[in-house]
Design a protein around this ligand. Structure first.
Ligand SMILES: [Zn+2]
Length: 141
């Protein structure tokens, strides 16, 4: 289960809506309590994919490393990655699975006509052969 607090959620949605119709991406920082992840900060990162950014995102490894350092400096962990699907449902694609890693939660935000529609979180398995849906809680206001 992953729960996203008000402020990081607002920042994630704003980032996803403002980069529409391109895909956006970013890091989620927080802590894990009794197997439950709580996201207390989110960090928007640049989509570094050189092709059509409406269909794909790519994270620079050095940006991710930077986010991890920032997390540690605040006594937090890097708990997950988020990205958006412009005019598409929040599913986990083959490409998403291939570019994933098993110890993070992957939150996908479906942005339709520039506005948040819904979101889902996924947990890739160790071999990156499938990703189960994870219960996701976000502030509804
Ligand atoms: Zn995707």
């Amino acid at each position: 289960m992953i729960e996203i607090e008000q402020q990081p959620w607002k920042d994630m949605v704003r980032h996803a809506e403002s980069t529409y119709p391109n895909e956006c991406c970013g890091a989620m920082l927080g802590r894990t309590e009794n197997g439950k992840k709580v996201v207390t900060r989110s960090v928007p990162l640049a989509n570094s994919f050189s092709g059509e950014q409406g269909e794909r995102y790519e994270l620079r490894p050095e940006d991710l490393l930077e986010a991890d350092k920032a997390a540690r400096a605040q006594n937090l962990d890097l708990v997950g990655i988020f990205h958006s699907h412009p005019d598409c449902d929040a599913y986990f694609s083959e490409t998403d699975l291939k570019n994933s890693c098993p110890w993070f939660s992957f939150v996908v935000l479906s942005i339709k006509k520039g506005k948040l529609d819904h979101a889902n979180s996924f947990l890739p398995d160790f071999d990156q052969t499938k990703a189960d849906k994870e219960e996701l809680i976000w502030p509804k206001s």
